[in-house]
Design a protein around this ligand. Sequence first.
Ligand code: NAD
Length: 262
Amino acid sequence: VVSFFSGKVCLVTGAGGNIGLATALRLAEMGTEIALLDMNPDALAKAEAAVREKGVKAASYVCDVTSEQSVIDVVGRVVEEFGKIDFLFNNAGYQGAFAPVQDYPSEDFPRVLSINVTGAFHVMKAVSRHMIENGYGSIVNTASMAGVKGPPNMAAYGASKGAIIALTETAAQDLAPYNIRVNAISPGYMGPGFMWDRQVELQAKANTQYFSTNPEEVSKQMIGSVPMRRYGDISEIPGVVAFLLGDDSSFMTGVNLEISGG
Ligand code: NAD
């Protein structure tokens, strides 16, 4: 069966991480060739091997998205090696510290912004220049429910993901004349695993009125705030990304789809 995705090329950033890899694997199953980008070489090598097992062309690129020159170089290499980039899953990100704004570590704030916002901008700029030449493109940025409503103790992360939602809206308008769509996803609480545990532990440690200081209790409080009364599974994300990248969403651009259990 030849699908819309067969023979398309997708650049996935943060491909060594949970959401990036799960999405790369789903796209590969549909016949998409995958260029994997991450700054963690070990995670990247494992991810590339897993994607290759799906039988599609794959290549990985170690790159820190905060360096614009590295991003430009990598995007150039991807176009050389794959011939084109049809899809971008712009997903690399970092959660930052957990502390109320008055105590938030000042050195962490620009770090979060530079990875989550400036980094995503670098990638989107370099890739969209290529997509304009190619006359086609579909981009999905990973925002977060933290960007829809800023959560307590996450000043930098909430600000960064709010910025991604606005950046998505701007880019959607700027790139619409070139047959390029730009949308975003906003995952809410996802688990189990490292991100969930870290979040629960650090919200407990932050010791504010919003969460208990007992991590187990924090876990219950967070889940209790979700109408569906559970956290999401990583496997509930790739299908939404594929929908937004693919032609089933051909009249959608500039939207932010919430994946949050309500
Ligand atoms: P993860 O930590 O498993 O993956 C993130 C990946 O990004 C890592 O492999 C990391 O090496 C890479 N990365 C970080 N900084 C980078 C940089 N400067 N250059 C290149 N790569 C870099 O986390 P995840 O859950 O897979 O997160 C993916 C995206 O989803 C992030 O943008 C995150 O903010 C967002 N998100 C996650 C959740 C969640 O609960 N898991 C919820 C909402 C949004």
